[in-house]
Write a protein that binds this ligand. Structure first.
Ligand SMILES: [Zn+2]
Length: 83
């Protein structure tokens, strides 16, 4: 993945699969964010990553889920949107 700000490569600083029991508090915000986004949908079938641009230091999170879950989530959309 490339940085949307400067086009340099994103490096992975932290990577956690769902259901990980943390030994360090460092990854807690990352895990909490992922659980908030997809924890209601699937308990442990995801991987969250903290990525940092090697050029400008811009930081982004990415969330990986199974294609089936992704398709369903895209189709269902945000829960606050009216049908
Ligand atoms: Zn950058």
């Amino acid at each position: 993945m490339k940085c949307p700000r400067c086009g340099n490569r994103f490096g992975v600083r932290d990577s956690r699969p769902g259901g990980t029991v943390l030994k360090h508090k460092m990854s807690q915000p990352l895990m909490d964010w992922a659980r908030e986004k997809v924890g209601w949908w699937t308990m442990s079938d995801w991987v969250v990553r903290q990525r940092v641009c090697q050029g400008c230091g811009f930081s982004q999170r990415t969330l990986e889920i199974f294609e089936e879950d992704f398709e369903k989530l895209i189709r269902s959309g945000p829960s606050d949107v009216e049908e």
